[in-house]
Design a protein around this ligand. Structure first.
Ligand SMILES: *Cc1c(COP(=O)(O)O)cnc(C)c1O
Length: 339
């Protein structure tokens, strides 16, 4: 089968981002690899980070954990915990997130096995409330977690959550304590505790301004030219005729669209590159097609590859779509390759 739409991942950038976060946090550094490692491909990411020394991996569900049986025992953790229909896999720990899950764990055959626990310190999403900690008595807690709501902002809640987590640390015994996601790593060493849990920044996202110039882009969508066409001045291009050619133009039509996660919000805003030339997106992004202004790249022809500009911070600013959604939205038609 002919390759025609590809995501090119740079393994050197993934590993460099891991090392940078590890240095910055100066503590054990895990990896959030839920949602197919934010769309990059979970098996490859887990193997590369395992080789880089990572020993703490986080997925959301047991279903996601099932395909990671090559990870060493004790290195994989399921963030959604121990639901009534969940089957625990040997060597994988749940993060117990409610008093009900704690009770279920205690009543199960795993009661004496190590587990993780999530405490809510102010996000009011998953986790035991700070007044519900009594039920943890008797558990063998491997790692006690909490999660920051506003780490990507300078919000007073960051310090409040830190103080509440320090108070929890005084009353709940655990092997390790962990609070910070990618953005939290940049809040300072007090937030690092015994383990940090980055996701976004591993994959090239910029969670806070401090990460600019430090975190490298990991993935680049590439597509091929299906057609080169001439568009005379005054003619329109694409759905709803939103773009009208101001002069005679050469237009490259490429085989990517919003069905691939190249969102409609890139219409007339995004760009691609070929041979060091920038090719602006003109008109609407269609489901499977995008039109580029290739007037200044006369060498381009049908079958040539172009790289879509996918600097996550810039793309998020241009489109108003979060870096997380841009990454996890990348579709299933790409062939993923590591270079
Ligand atoms: C997803 C997730 C992370 C990683 O967050 P990023 O912002 O992508 O770094 C960390 N901790 C928990 C509990 C998560 O659910």
């Amino acid at each position: 089968m002919r390759l025609s739409l590809a995501l090119q991942h740079r393994s050197s950038a993934l590993v460099a981002n891991y090392r940078h976060l590890q240095l910055r946090a100066a503590t054990a550094t895990g990896a959030a690899i839920k949602a197919d490692a934010y769309g990059l491909g979970v098996k490859d990411v887990a193997k590369l980070l395992l080789d880089a020394g990572c020993r703490d991996f986080f997925v959301s569900t047991w279903w996601e954990a099932a395909e990671l049986d090559f990870l060493p025992p004790g290195t994989l953790v399921v963030l959604h915990g121990f639901g009534s229909e969940d089957e625990v896999q040997p060597g994988v720990r749940p993060v117990l997130v409610t008093p009900q899950q704690v009770a279920r764990w205690k009543a199960s055959t795993f009661a004496d096995e190590p587990c993780d626990v999530m405490v809510d310190t102010g996000m009011n999403r998953l986790g035991l409330g700070t007044k519900e900690l009594g039920c943890l008595e008797g558990l063998s807690i491997h790692t006690l977690h909490s999660h920051l709501a506003c780490a990507d902002d300078d919000d007073a809640l960051n310090r409040m959550q830190l103080e509440r987590f320090l108070a929890v640390q005084q009353v709940v015994r655990a092997g390790r304590y962990s609070l910070a996601n990618s953005a939290g790593i940049y809040l300072g060493s007090e937030f690092a505790f015994d383990l940090v849990r980055p996701g976004l920044a591993l994959y090239g996202g910029i969670p806070r301004a401090e990460a600019r110039g430090e975190i490298r882009q990991v993935t680049t969508p590439t597509a091929r030219i299906l057609q080169m066409r001439s568009v005379p001045a005054g003619e329109s291009v694409g759905y709803n005729a939103t773009f009208v050619a101001p002069r005679d133009m050469r237009v490259a039509v490429i085989n990517i669209g919003y069905a691939d996660g190249y969102r409609r919000a890139f219409s007339s805003i995004g760009s691609a590159r070929a041979d060091d030339q920038t090719l602006p997106v003109i008109g609407r992004v269609s489901m499977d097609l995008v039109t580029l202004d290739a007037t200044d790249a006369p060498q381009l022809a049908e079958g040539d590859w172009v790289e879509l500009s996918f600097d996550l911070e810039e793309a998020a600013a241009q489109t108003g779509i979060s870096q997380y959604e841009l990454l996890t939205g990348l579709g299933r038609r790409f062939q993923r390759s590591w270079i």
